[in-house]
Design a protein. Structure first.
Lengths: 325, 369
C-alpha cells in the first residue's frame, strides 16, 4: 500500500486501465505533455505515447463528439473536460448522443466512455471553475454519475466506471484532489462497485447524505453534533446515479431524520430528488422534514465562496434542528 | 484569400447537356452499374412519393425525403468501398437501402412497429444500421460530423484502412459541430469526407442567409481540408468526385465535398414550401432533376427505355405495397422496449417504473397500431 492523494490515485487507475486494454485512450485539453492542469494525466503520454494520449484542440464539443465516434468504432475513450464548468459546449453531444445511443439504435450501438472532469468549489475559482453540474446529467436518462470522496475509492470507482457497459461521468472533487490521502495499492487492479454507497460513520439519530468534498464537512459537522449528544449516520453516496437507494432508505428508517448536503444550488438540485425518494419510500418513518444544506440559488461567488459552500458551520445547525424537531 | 493553394477547383461535371460524357471526368462505370444506380435512384424516388402519400393519408407520422437529391445521396454512397462507413444526416434513406438494409426493415422503421430495428423509439426516418456500416440518425444538427471524424480517427489509430463519409446540409455548416468536426479532421488528418448536401434551403432559410461565404466548399481552406465542388444532380459526377475525395482522405487529406443540388420538395412532410418559394424557381429546379438526366444518358446508350421504366416502377410499387402491408400488420413494440437499452441492465428505478407502467391504463392508438 502506498499513501496517495486523489490525483495520483486516478493517475494510477488510468495507468492500470491503459496497460490492460489498448482500446483505452485519453483525450482532452492539455492532458498530454503537461499532464492536465491538475496533473491527473501526468506521464501517461510518456508511457503510452501520442497515439493514445491526445492534446486536443480547445473544443469540448469536438472532444466529446470525436470520443463518441471513437466509442462507436470500439475504442474506450476517456475524455477530460478541464473543468466541469466548461462541459456545456459538449452538452448536446452528452445529452443527445452519448446518453441516447444505445436506446435510439435499438441496442446496435453504444457510446461507452468515461468523461472525467473536476467539479466543485474551494479553490477560489469563481463562477467558472467551481460549479457542480451533476443535476443536469442525472436528469438525462442513460448516464451514470460517479463522484468519489477519497483516493482509494477514486481509483476503484474509476476502474469500475471504465468496465461498466454504460457511459459514465466521473466527477472529481477538485477541492480534495490533494487534500485527501489514503492507502492505495499502486499498480494493482481493483474495483469499487458502482451504485453502492458507503456508511462512513454509523449513527442512530440523523442520517447525513453527502458526496465528494462535502463529505468531509458532513463528517466534521457530525462530530460536532456528537458533542451535543446527536449521533449522526453519514452516508457517502460515491455513485450519484443510479443512486444506492437501499442504503439511504435503510438508514432513514432507522433514524427518521435526514439532512442532504451538496454544493450545487438548492432548487432542482440532486438533494431535491433524494428528498422526494425518501418521502416516497420512507414517509411513515420520518420524524422531521427532510432538510437540504446546499449552495445558494446564486451563481458561484468568488470572494464569498466559503459563505456559499455548505460547510460544516452551516450543516451543524441543520442537523441540530432536524434532531430536535 | 490569395495564393494558388487557396484557389477553388472547378465544379466537377460529367454528364453534358447532350447526354455525352465529359472525357476527363468519366468514372468508367460499367453499363450494368450505371443501370443499377439509376434504378436505385428511381426506387428512391418512387418510395419517396409513396411515403408522402402514406403520411398524407395519416398512415405514417412523418417522412423526410430526398426528392431531387438522389444523385447526391446515391452517387456518394455508391463510391464507398464495402469496408467504409457512412454517417447519415436524415435525408439518406436511399444510401441506407443501397448499403443493404432490407426495404421491409426500413418500412418497419417508418411505422415504428414491433419489427422496427430501433424498436419504435424514434420518429420515422431515424434509423440505425450497424450491420451495413451505417450510423444512427439523430435530429440535432451536425452531431454526426464530429462522430464520423472520431470514428475515422480511431480506425486510423488502429491501422485499419477504412474511410468514413458524413452527410449534412449546407445549413449545418453554421453549427458548432461542423466547426469542431472540420477542425479535428484537419488536425488529425482523419480519413473522412465531409459531404455538404447544398440543396439551397435549411427548411425555409436560403443558403445565402446561412453564410456570407461565396461557396460552402471554401470553408475547407481554413481547416486544412481539401475543398471540392460537384454538380450534385449528376450521378456520374458525384460518384467520380466522391471516389477522388475518398482517395485523398485515405491518403491523409480529408475533404469537404460540396454537392450542388436542389430540394424538389418541402423540408419534410411537415413543411409547406409554397410559403417561401416561388413556383417559377421550383420549376427551374425541376428542370435539373437528376433522374431524367441520367435516364437520357442511359437511353442514348441504348441501356434504358420507356418500357423498362414502366416495368421497373411497377416492380418497385409492388415491393413497396407488400412492405407497407406487412408493416401495417406488425404489432406495436411491447412495453418492455420503452425501458430496455436506457442502460445495459435496468437499474432499480427503471425496474420500479416498468412495474408501475404495467399496472397503468394503456394509451390507445400507438402510431396507427
Amino acid at each position: 500500500m502506498t499513501q496517495m492523494n486523489m490525483v495520483k490515485a486516478i493517475n494510477d487507475a488510468l495507468r492500470v486501465a491503459m496497460r490492460q486494454d489498448s482500446r483505452v485512450v485519453v483525450l482532452g485539453e492539455d492532458v498530454g505533455k503537461v499532464g492536465g492542469v491538475f496533473r491527473v494525466t501526468e506521464g501517461l503520454i510518456n508511457e503510452f505515447g501520442a497515439e493514445r494520449v491526445f492534446d486536443t484542440p480547445l473544443s469540448e464539443g469536438g472532444i466529446i463528439g470525436t470520443a463518441v465516434g471513437m466509442a462507436l468504432y470500439g475504442l474506450v475513450p476517456v475524455p477530460e473536460i478541464q473543468f466541469a464548468d466548461f462541459i456545456f459546449p459538449a452538452f448536446d453531444q452528452i445529452v443527445s448522443e452519448v446518453a441516447k445511443f444505445r436506446y435510439r439504435s435499438g441496442g446496435e450501438y453504444t457510446s461507452k466512455m468515461v468523461i472525467r472532469t473536476p467539479v466543485g468549489g474551494g479553490i477560489r475559482g469563481g463562477h467558472y471553475h467551481s460549479q457542480s453540474p451533476e443535476a443536469y446529467f442525472i436528469h438525462t436518462p442513460g448516464l451514470k454519475i460517479v463522484c468519489p470522496s477519497n483516493p482509494y475509492d477514486a481509483k476503484g470507482l474509476f476502474l469500475a466506471s471504465l468496465r461498466d457497459p454504460d457511459p459514465v461521468l466521473f466527477f472529481e472533487p477538485k477541492r480534495i484532489y490533494r487534500a485527501a490521502r489514503s492507502d492505495v495499492p499502486e499498480g494493482e487492479d481493483y474495483t469499487v462497485p458502482l451504485s453502492v454507497a458507503k456508511v462512513v460513520r454509523p449513527g442512530n439519530h440523523v442520517t447525513v447524505i453527502a458526496w465528494g468534498a462535502m463529505l468531509y464537512e458532513a463528517i466534521e459537522a457530525s462530530n460536532k453534533a456528537a458533542e451535543q449528544g446527536i449521533d449522526c449516520e453519514v452516508i457517502d453516496l460515491r455513485t450519484l446515479w443510479p443512486v444506492d437507494i437501499d442504503t439511504i432508505v435503510n438508514s432513514v428508517k432507522k433514524t427518521g431524520r435526514v439532512v442532504v448536503v451538496h454544493e450545487a444550488p438548492k432548487s432542482c438540485g440532486f438533494g431535491a430528488e433524494l428528498v422526494s425518494l425518501i418521502n416516497e419510500k420512507a414517509f411513515d418513518y420520518l420524524e422531521a422534514p427532510p432538510t437540504r444544506v446546499t449552495g445558494w440559488d446564486t451563481p458561484f461567488p468568488y470572494t464569498l465562496e466559503n459563505d456559499y459552500l455548505p460547510l460544516a458551520g452551516r450543516i451543524l445547525p441543520a442537523i441540530a434542528r432536524v434532531a430536535k424537531y | 484569400m490569395s495564393g494558388p493553394e487557396f484557389v477553388l477547383g472547378d465544379v466537377v461535371k460529367v454528364l453534358e447537356p447532350d447526354s455525352t460524357v465529359h472525357p476527363d471526368n468519366d468514372p468508367g462505370l460499367s453499363p450494368e452499374r450505371c443501370v443499377a444506380l439509376y434504378e436505385h435512384m428511381v426506387m428512391t424516388r418512387v418510395l419517396d412519393e409513396r411515403l408522402v402519400t402514406l403520411q398524407r393519408q395519416g398512415r405514417i407520422g412523418f417522412h423526410i425525403g430526398s426528392m431531387g437529391e438522389e444523385a447526391t445521396v446515391i452517387g456518394t454512397a455508391a463510391a464507398l468501398d464495402e469496408t467504409d462507413w457512412l454517417f447519415p444526416c436524415y435525408r439518406e434513406f436511399g444510401a441506407l437501402l443501397l448499403r443493404g438494409m432490407p426495404l421491409q426493415s426500413y418500412m418497419d422503421n417508418m411505422y415504428g412497429n414491433g419489427n422496427d430495428p430501433v424498436k419504435g423509439r424514434q420518429m420515422p426516418d431515424h434509423y440505425s444500421a450497424k450491420p451495413y456500416r451505417f450510423g444512427s440518425v439523430s435530429s440535432p444538427i451536425g452531431t454526426q460530423i464530429t462522430q464520423a471524424v472520431g470514428f475515422a480517427w480511431a480506425a486510423k489509430l488502429r491501422g485499419e484502412k477504412l474511410a468514413a463519409i458524413v452527410y449534412f446540409g449546407e445549413g449545418a455548416t453554421s453549427s458548432n459541430e461542423f466547426h469542431c468536426g472540420a477542425n479535428f479532421a484537419g488536425v488529425y488528418k482523419t480519413p473522412t469526407v465531409l459531404i455538404c448536401r447544398n440543396n439551397g434551403w435549411a427548411i425555409s432559410v436560403p443558403a445565402e442567409k446561412q453564410s456570407a461565404s461565396e461557396t460552402f466548399a471554401q470553408k475547407a481552406f481554413a481547416y486544412g481540408l481539401v475543398p471540392m465542388r460537384v454538380d450534385g444532380n449528376d450521378l456520374l459526377a458525384v460518384y467520380k468526385a466522391t471516389r477522388d475525395a475518398l482517395a485523398l482522405a485515405r491518403a491523409g487529406k480529408p475533404v469537404l465535398l460540396e454537392c450542388l443540388t436542389h430540394r424538389l420538395s418541402g423540408h419534410s412532410t411537415s413543411d409547406d414550401p409554397t410559403r417561401y418559394r416561388g413556383q417559377e424557381e421550383m420549376a427551374a429546379e425541376r428542370a435539373q432533376d437528376p433522374l431524367p438526366r441520367m435516364r437520357a444518358y442511359l437511353e442514348k446508350k441504348g441501356l434504358w427505355s420507356e418500357q423498362k421504366q414502366q416495368a421497373f416502377i411497377a416492380k418497385v410499387d409492388a415491393e413497396v405495397k407488400l412492405a407497407v402491408e406487412a408493416a401495417e400488420k406488425a404489432p406495436a413494440p411491447v412495453l418492455d422496449t420503452m425501458f430496455d437499452d436506457v442502460f445495459e441492465q435496468r437499474p432499480w428505478h427503471l425496474r420500479e417504473q416498468y412495474e408501475e407502467s404495467l399496472h397503468a391504463p394503456r394509451a390507445q392508438g400507438h402510431g396507427g397500431h
